[in-house]
Design a protein. Structure first.
Length: 359
């Protein structure tokens, strides 16, 4: 799970995570409180990485009301969660189909409301459209289409702002806005054009905090997004506390293990890093849907931690094991830097071992 994927994973996987036991029977966002509860149950399954169960539930909800755009959207969310967790593009067509249907149905409904000057009656549709465009932005970034991703991100931002304009209590919109402002600023820092763009990373973090504290669907989602933003800002103490809390709440979720491992590696806490990535590797290997991409990424992180803690034999073993996975040409291209670093660690580990061997 590379850095960009981690961000996308938390944002896309958990944009609508369950609020928890404080959820009431009265609807907070959607017109139908019964379906709202069912959607929340499906997303909870996705967050817990019980993808088969969540997929079955969303299929049933779409079948029961095929004209409801939220159903198609949440089904796309579940598919995207599975796709990004495993780095498997085989799920991509199904994701695109459901997201496209959700967009078409939403646009159709908004067109009717606009004609009757009743847009204020359904602020949830602007929240939905914002998230649809948010997913399109993420998909664009993931595929390397930066201009398309930025364009989709701007459309997402406009819809989130419209939702808040019609209902200022739609705090879930701040999750999308917070991610937009933080990552737009973070990713443009390395380009010369950044001199002409405001640095709004702090604004993004503040909005994610609002969503985490006040959101309905997105409290846990915003917490996950905030976690990666804090890692990006090197706010490790805050990030550590948040990662530990989320890992306890979702002990089987691999996404928070990726985060904890990154925190330790950034701080050069190599022994702690080894513990986390070893646990993560075990979970990856037990999952039949996982791709070689994630295996190589995880073993590179383990090799790096072992080498830096002078455990050269173990580092060398990870480098050798990383060669055993079948990778697509696309994965090889994305892992080019990692594969190069693995080769370097292997070479340096062999040299270090040769120096300590008795003559």
């Amino acid at each position: 799970m590379p850095a960009v994927k981690k961000v996308a994973s938390i944002l896309a996987l958990t944009i609508f995570a369950i609020w928890g036991k404080s959820h009431t029977l009265q609807s907070r966002v959607l017109p139908d409180s019964v379906r709202e509860k069912q959607f929340l149950a499906g997303i909870e399954l996705s967050v817990r990485e019980q993808f088969g169960e969540s997929d079955s539930l969303f299929k049933a909800l779409v079948k029961s009301d095929p004209g409801d755009p939220w159903g198609h959207f949440f089904w796309a969310v579940g598919i995207a969660a599975r796709m990004m967790d495993a780095e498997q593009d085989s799920f991509s067509p199904a994701f695109s189909i459901q997201l496209s249907i959700a967009q078409q149905l939403t646009e159709k409904e908004l067109k009717k409301l606009k004609k009757g000057k009743k847009e204020k009656e359904r602020p949830d549709l602007f929240l939905l459209m914002g998230n649809i465009w948010g997913y399109k932005a993420l998909d664009g970034y993931r595929k390397g289409h930066w201009y398309g991703g930025l364009s989709a991100g701007l459309k997402a931002k406009g819809n989130f702002e419209k939702a808040l304009q019609f209902d200022s209590t739609f705090y879930d919109a701040y999750n999308g806005l917070g991610n937009y402002y933080f990552w737009k600023s973070a990713r443009t820092r390395k380009f010369p054009i950044s001199a002409f763009i405001s640095d709004e990373r702090q604004k993004g973090i503040e909005q994610l905090v609002v969503a985490k504290e006040k959101g309905f669907f997105s409290r846990q989602a915003a917490a996950g997004s905030l976690l990666w933003a804090l890692i990006g800002q090197k706010e490790f103490k805050w990030a550590q506390a948040l990662a530990d809390s989320l890992a306890v709440q979702y002990p089987q979720a691999k996404s928070f293990l990726w985060a904890k491992g990154s925190i330790y590696q950034e701080q050069k806490r190599w022994d702690s890093s080894v513990v986390v990535y070893s646990k993560l590797l075990s979970q990856l290997e037990a999952d039949p849907f996982q791709s070689g991409f994630n295996m190589v990424e995880c073993r590179w992180r383990l090799a790096n931690a072992y080498y830096n803690s002078h455990r050269y034999q173990e580092a060398l073993l990870e480098c050798k094991s990383a060669k055993n996975y079948s990778l697509s040409d696309k994965s090889k291209k994305r892992l080019k830097t990692r594969l190069k670093k693995l080769a370097e660690i292997s070479k340096k580990s062999k040299k270090a071992l040769a120096q300590v061997e008795p003559r």
